[in-house]
Design a protein around this ligand. Structure first.
Ligand SMILES: Nc1nc2c(ncn2[C@@H]2O[C@H](COP(=O)(O)OP(=O)(O)O)[C@@H](O)[C@H]2O)c(=O)[nH]1
Ligand SMILES: [Mg+2]
Length: 342
């Protein structure tokens, strides 16, 4: 998102500076005619500059309804949507009002009978325009603020394959993402409602770590967390659920199974992969048992054992994620092909 924004003063400075540079015509005209022509040119210049600048601002800001629901949710957490829409409306209204005023004052200047009338109409025009633009100060400030906040949002290209990691705290989600992306680390924390998201990447595949969000039962979430969890599912339905059966996270396997069941029911997604982490802490018998239990509980999901700490199974997991990403990739390109054929 490339936001274009200026303050009232900057807008007026630019418009008036341009108007000041309007050249006198050198044709053989009377002083009054020359003055008239110059005044009309000044008005056209101011009108065009302000129209263009306001247009650029308005068009650089997203229409709320057109945002990906994930970003709509983020937006709502930080910005009063009604005020945002009102500010954009005010800018549009002013843009229109400036056109009207320009037409009105041009007519007055064309009909003026003396040079002092021309100067007075022009002065009046400058006054009206200034106060219109100064009246936008509050709205422009709000848009400055939106830009500032937006720049801290995670930049997630929603056209790319996205995978979200879920599971109880301390099962090793962050360690896994770190291990998976160690070759080309690009992990950065972003504010996400009251928490933050960590974004890692394998090539153009986006891995989203969700500290504090998909880490508890829905009935334990507060409203903000609930909305954040739902927002995440707007981003992607590709959830990788991480288990830690070693008990070192403080939750046993059955509590973790209940969390996954709860999340799948409440926010309707199907886990793509069940990753059992901390393999290094399990003996073969334990592994076999865990595998049996998970396959019985989630018959249609694949179970993968890894150790983020020791790097065991990480390469396989990475390959699986890359393979899964091809499935999600084919969807938009099919849609695109259909659109191209139409
Ligand atoms: N033994 C062992 N410890 C691990 C493994 N992966 C993560 N841990 C440890 O588990 C703890 C929690 O890991 P973290 O990635 O922060 O979990 P998160 O809260 O799910 O993001 C940390 O102390 C890690 O060092 C693993 O594969 N084996
Ligand atoms: Mg973490």
């Amino acid at each position: 998102m490339q936001f274009f924004i200026k303050s009232s003063q900057e807008l007026l400075d630019k418009a008036f500076r341009r108007a000041k540079n309007v050249k006198e015509s050198s044709s053989h005209k009377t002083i009054k005619e020359k003055l008239q022509e110059k005044a009309l040119n000044k008005i056209s210049t101011i009108d065009n500059v302000l129209y263009d600048e306001l247009n650029k601002i308005i068009r650089s800001y997203p229409i709320f309804e057109e945002l990906n629901p994930f970003y709509q949710q983020l937006f709502r957490e930080y910005i009063f949507v009604k005020a945002y829409k009102r500010s954009l409306r005010n800018l549009s209204w002013t843009r229109k009002k400036i056109r009207e005023l320009s037409t009105y004052y041009k007519k007055k200047i064309k009909n003026a009978s003396t040079t002092s009338q021309i100067s007075n109409w022009l002065k009046a025009y400058y006054g009206r325009i200034s106060s219109l633009i100064y009246d936008l100060e509050k709205d422009l400030n709000l848009l400055f603020e939106v830009k500032r906040i937006w720049q801290k949002f995670p930049v997630i290209d929603t056209s790319k394959p996205i995978f979200v990691f879920a599971g109880y705290p301390n099962v090793g989600k962050s360690s896994l993402i770190n291990a998976l992306t160690s070759a080309n680390i690009e992990i950065a924390p972003y504010p996400f409602t009251t928490k933050h998201l960590n974004i890692g990447k394998i090539d153009d595949i986006v891995l989203v770590d969700t500290p504090g969000i998909l880490e508890k039962r829905i009935n334990k979430m507060n409203d903000v967390e609930k909305r954040a969890a739902i927002a995440l599912t707007y981003l992607t339905k590709n959830i990788i659920f991480v288990f830690d059966p070693s008990l070192s996270s403080g939750y046993d396997l059955f509590q973790q199974i209940d969390l996954l069941k709860d999340l799948t029911q409440q926010i309707s997604f199907k886990p793509l992969l069940l990753v059992v982490n901390k393999e290094d802490l399990l003996c073969d018998d334990e592994k076999k048992k865990v595998k049996e239990i998970l396959e019985k509980e989630f018959p249609s999901s694949e179970v993968v054992f890894v150790s983020a700490l020791k790097g065991q199974g990480i390469k396989d997991l990475k390959d699986k994620i890359i393979n899964l990403s091809y499935k999600t990739r084919s969807l938009p390109s099919m849609r695109l092909r259909r659109e191209l054929n139409e």
